[in-house]
Design a protein around this ligand. Sequence first.
Ligand SMILES: [Zn+2]
Length: 280
Amino acid sequence: MKKIFLFITALLMLASCGVQKAEDNGKIDVYASFYPVYDFARTIGGDDINLSAVVRSGAEPHGFEPTAADIAKISESDVFLYHGNGTDAWAEKIAETLPDSVMKVRLSDADTIAKGDAHTWLSLQNAEGELEAVCKALTEADENGENDAKYSDRLNDYTAKLDALKAEYDAANLTAVPLAAAHDAYRALCYETAMNYLPIDSVTGGEPSPAQLAEVVKSIKDKGAKYIFYDPIDGDKLAESAAREAGIETAELYAFEGDNENRDYETVMRFNLEQLKKSK
Ligand SMILES: [Zn+2]
């Protein structure tokens, strides 16, 4: 009886080893600093990579600090993708300390619009460049050549979707339409659409005093903004107080810094277009 028990235990141990091996099935391990980077890697890599995000998808990324355990995991990965320009400042710092065995890719290096801004992925043209940079990185890092065509097919399909969406943004003719936003995330988007940008938190440096708020509200009224936009991930407190002062409404606009619904970039930017059209 004891022998049979030991035999079964040994079988179970073998089986569990087998399961662990099946999970590590030769795919490359990719870490993405935060949500837009994670989403772009998911779009290109699909099921052919093991992908993890360091900042969880529903979290606001500014001010995030990685734990020692986070850094240890990234150090053992094949590819570390980060954005650069400040929103994932922690990633920029740790990229310099990671071992040579980890390929480090700074996606904002591929930007062509509003270069250096902290939220450049909100330009569709920049997003296309960043997706291309992800595709190049995965192709280089992945020794399984069969995946190369899958990565480039996904890039081509998604770029076509973004080109179509860009044509819809152009057709909406948002030139000079005011975009008032609680969080200063839409500089690149306004550069691309030629919208009249009125950010609140950069003008006042975070929580505005009553006098500062009054000054921003005056310019929002002068420019004829219909809404003050906020991203639900930041909460609506600042937008609500500014909108109350201005006598206008608040509305949602996503900066895609994180997403509670785990949506992809094209879906969110399509929603944003409908919100911006209401501003005309
Ligand atoms: Zn931000």
